[in-house]
Design a protein. Sequence first.
Length: 453
Amino acid sequence: MKKIVVISLDGVPLTVLENFLERGLMPNLKKVIAESGFNPVEIKSVHPCESATAWTSYMTGNNPGKHNIYGFVDRHIANEKEGMYIVNSSYRDGDSLWKILSDNNLRPVAINVPLNFPPENINGVIVGGFLSPPGNKGIVHPSRYESYLNEIGYKPDPDNSLVRKDLHAWYEDLLRVESVRIAFAKKIFQEEDWDFFHLHVMGTDRLHHFLWEKWEKNDPFWRKKFEDFYSEIDSQISWFFEEGKDCTFVMLSDHGFCNTRYELDLNAWLVEKSLLKLKEGSSSFEPLMLPETKAFSLLPGRIYLNLKGRESFGSVSKKDYEETREKIRLDLLKINDPSGKKVFRDVYVREDVYFDDFSNEDFFLSPDKESVTKYDLAPDLICFPEDGIDLKASFDPGAEVFSHSLITGMHTFDNAFLWVSDKQPKEGSILDIAPSVLKRMKIKFRMDGKVIF
């Protein structure tokens, strides 16, 4: 059985990858792909196409209705307490790919995959990625590597606060973070005994968020820096192709990317429609909603009705749930941006996109149940924006419906990529990777995803 190496590039669109390969900006990857005889294909993301949700779908092979991660922030329900919390791996339902491999006497390694903190106690190595807390305390399993991570200055993310202060310093930090991470990955690749190895590059996502517009509009300095970053990653990951000649390589991204035309704050829109009532002093860090609130939004594009018995300050009765939800859905579909273009491809109800046990019954019936279940974490409406409309959810009473910010690139549901070194993959979705890996490892599974390579 061949070992499998996964190298993921967060948020890299298939079209950008193809462009950079054709132009010779990633010569090492171009050579490896050409020698394989197999081409990258498009895969779809999930709703919402946010990294915590998408990579959890990757590692479980299941839709968010099963793994229960709908974004990197969620809210307390059923009178637990008011307020929001940042999710981590302990909130995930279902086994991860690495736990399944470990339980079947194989040794997995997963470095920097988002929402992998706290790391699971497996027969292998896990290093937490995006959404790990500051510092390296508890970030790695086994813990013997923690002191080494501190010695080399490892951190999951660059200091993104530098973008506002000194873009040059931020870019250098971005390069350093990825260089340190890849150097550590090489150490584990050589020193540990493993059967499955996953290295995640988060820097491409960060690059896109802050430099996409400069790249797309041909800024003479930053366009080159944007492309230099890809060339640097290409140079650094080429080592793995040389060292792992007998392995199967899988490369993928979790979503596409495009330029942001407008940011659309759904909570500001709900305030404008008198559906969200905020107390004075409310902020995104401490949302203060009045009881007469009918609906509110969380990032990105998740809308929740303020349902009695589910939300800690509920005002919408169960008998009014369907009618209220449908009215909001239809009103959302009428929104146009300041240039007159529509902002949504669609607005889904949750039972249309999320399901458990291969049925949407739980999501459809949940508002009428006697007690709150895990399904009540799912948003009631999921907004699918047109490319260029980046959905926000501020709880600041003064927020504008449409605005712009330093974040000039946004995620897209379409245009993620997948490449496999020894087989032409079928087009599919990010849910299909784990089943395909387990099939090759001769491990039985039951997942939403299907085998595509």
